[in-house]
Each structure stands twice: as structure tokens, then as C-alpha cells.
Design a binder for this molecule. Structure first.
Ligand SMILES: [Zn+2]
Length: 107
């Protein structure tokens, strides 16, 4: 992913609004690109900082960003797992249909 695209996705990332592929590319890029990581940190600090100031609840935001990244990584793994399960189910359905066709042919 290019920096330009990663930066465009930051807000949607913070809204938890990326699809699996985007999320994967985004995380990969941000974890390896210092510039975009900084952009993300700033966007996160601004967004969360304002929310916190409003309810007077200012924590260690950098730590929370790490937490957000961990959560995103976790949800990505979960989604990949779901995708894997989806392929298994499709595979089983195909095998099942093939099996039924074979039975019909040999009966
Ligand atoms: Zn970048």
C-alpha cells in the first residue's frame, strides 16, 4: 500500500470501517512505515484526546493506540479465521453435491 492511500484510510481505520483486505494492507503498511505510523498516532491522539477532554478522562493515549492496533490485529486474525471456515464450508458443500451426484449416477 502507498503512503497516500494509507493516510486516506486512517479515519476509516479509527472508525473500524475497513474491510479485511484493506485492514490487512493498512496494518502492514503502518507497522512498517514510520511516517504513516506517526500520522495515525496524531489522528488517534486528536480524535481520542478531544473525546477525553470532554469527559475529563485523559489516559495514556499512546498506550491506547497500541491497544487499538492489537485489537485490529486480533480482529484481522479472527476475520481470516472466519474466511478459512467459509472456504471449508464451501468445500464441504461442493463435496456433498458431488457425492449426491455420484450416488444418483450409480443408482
Ligand atoms: Zn507510509
Amino acid at each position: 500500500m502507498e503512503c497516500k492511500k494509507a493516510i486516506r484510510l486512517i479515519n476509516r481505520f479509527l472508525d473500524d470501517d475497513l474491510d479485511t483486505e484493506e485492514l490487512q494492507d493498512f496494518i502492514e503498511h503502518v507497522e512498517s512505515c514510520e511516517e504513516c505510523n506517526e500520522e495515525l498516532t496524531i489522528a488517534f491522539l486528536v480524535r481520542e484526546g478531544v473525546a477525553r477532554l470532554e469527559n475529563g478522562n485523559v489516559f495514556d493515549l499512546k498506550k491506547e493506540l497500541d491497544l487499538t492496533m492489537n485489537k485490529a490485529n486480533h480482529s484481522l486474525k479472527l476475520r481470516e479465521g472466519m474466511q478459512w471456515l467459509y472456504y471449508v464450508i464451501i468445500g464441504l458443500i461442493v463435496v456433498g453435491i458431488a457425492f449426491v451426484i455420484l450416488i444418483l449416477i450409480f443408482l
